[in-house]
Design a protein around this ligand. Structure first.
Ligand SMILES: [Zn+2]
Length: 432
């Protein structure tokens, strides 16, 4: 199957930005050439042509933090619905967290996820295995087996590794194997509340979670990264203090990388104001000062990646008293539009946003990403001027738990291409 992506603005951050044609052959990028030179010699006349005039053509977006819920919680999401949501959001690859049932602490669960995602074909799925058996924080999982089966990282996401010695051993073990260690930083002893500790929690009478609950463990893991000489990746950064600690660590030459999620650069704890459970997540939405610090961290490269922490839940998981409701929101279908708001506001360049949503996360999980001949043809075409209202009920995710329902956006994925196959077309939802 051949494809000619014709006349778009091709943006491969730090490599190329300009009008160009991309030829795809056998699932890979065969050639990128300046626009207007016509068909490459020998390229078949019956190739599928995608008219990319007025579209931005970028490396396929990579979300390094999602929850696909399968196996075990298929009423919330499945690999099928989650990867279709990914494709609709412009993502060609996602990393799925191990807090499934059973927990992904073994080769067999990792292989099942990869096999199922491969059969469906909507997005590449790179599993993240557990750091500890059963996420119990006692005994390390078999990182070597997980890596052999296809896992790209290990994390006890949602269940922070409380024992500093176990985290040290995890980093030492991971270094030999070359697998990414992703840390959900949360000091549980400080995190007994249900939202950010501040004026809003006081007003609502809800127990709060201070910023220090996150930054204490960020600082610990930076120290352990330095001690072991092993890279560590900090998940979903939400606080000013975490950004400052990561910035200082990078200056000191410590191999730390970090991600944040769109809700942390878009919303604050004010979004909880009417006990809104769709604004409940872990870590919680913070203050305006923290939101600004997260944006500054993205702008100066302290925060490498934007990841969604896509966390689907059933309706009944959220229709509860605030303290009883589940944590987390879906994010695959809104992340790109929320990121483009930062570009429109002049806070990030387009190249910075696209890097944070494609090449940077790909580099952290050691997967190829870019618009260069020979690489897999994972490509996202974006209509920067498309205006639309997001309705969660029309989304591909099985879940509806989002604070962005009804928001008006500018800019979205027009086509998503995985391995040379069109898996999403925003103007033709059938037949794909
Ligand atoms: Zn987490």
């Amino acid at each position: 199957m051949q494809m000619w992506i014709k006349g778009g603005r091709v943006l491969d951050p730090e490599e190329f930005d300009g009008p160009a044609d991309i030829f795809v052959e056998d699932g890979r990028i065969a050639r990128v050439q300046p626009a207007g030179q016509g068909v490459e010699a020998g390229f078949p006349a019956d190739a599928e042509i995608i008219d990319a005039r007025d579209l931005l053509v970028v490396p396929g977006l990579v979300d390094m933090h999602v929850h696909l819920r399968q196996p075990g919680q298929e009423y919330k999401e499945t690999i099928e619905t989650g990867t279709r949501a990914a494709a609709a959001g412009g993502f060609t690859a996602v990393c799925c967290m191990p807090n499934t049932s059973p927990v992904n602490d073994s080769e067999s669960v990792t292989r099942f996820i990869i096999q199922e995602a491969g059969r469906l074909g909507y997005a590449r799925v790179y599993p993240v295995g557990a750091v500890s058996v059963g996420l119990a924080g006692q005994q390390l999982a078999e990182f070597g087996d997980l890596k052999t089966a296809g896992a790209v990282g290990v994390s006890d996401d949602g269940q922070p590794v409380a024992d500093a010695q176990l985290m040290r051993r995890a980093l030492e073990y991971a270094r030999g194997i070359g697998i990414c260690v992703i840390s959900h930083c949360e000091e549980k002893a400080l995190a007994g509340g249900t939202m950010n500790e501040g004026v809003v929690s006081t007003r609502l009478g809800l127990a709060g979670i201070p910023n220090a609950a996150e930054s204490i463990m960020v600082m610990r893991d930076i120290a352990l990264s330095e001690l072991t000489g092993t890279p560590v990746h900090i998940a979903h950064v939400s606080t000013r203090q975490s950004v400052e600690a990561i910035r200082a660590a990078k200056v000191a030459g410590i191999a730390v990388t970090a991600e944040t999620a769109p809700h942390y650069f878009t919303l604050t704890h004010e979004a909880v104001k009417a006990y809104e459970t769709h604004a409940k997540m872990n870590p919680p939405l913070r203050t305006e000062t923290d939101r600004q610090a997260v944006i500054a961290g993205l702008a100066d490269g302290t925060i490498d990646a934007v990841a969604t922490d896509h966390a689907p839940h059933g309706v009944l998981d959220k229709q509860l008293e605030f303290d009883q409701a589940a944590n987390g929101i879906i994010g695959l279908e809104t992340a790109l539009s929320l990121g483009l708001r930062l570009v429109d506001a002049g806070l990030l360049s387009l190249g910075q946003l696209i890097s944070a949503m494609s090449k940077n996360p790909a580099r952290i999980i050691q997967k190829p990403c870019g618009l260069v001949s020979g690489l897999p043809a994972d490509i996202t075409l974006i209509d920067l001027s498309a205006r639309y209202t997001y309705h969660a009920a029309d989304g591909y995710s099985k879940a509806r738990n989002t604070p962005f329902d009804g928001w008006q956006f500018k800019g979205r994925a027009r086509y998503t291409i995985v391995g040379g196959q069109k898996v999403f077309d925003s103007q033709n939802h059938a037949n794909l």
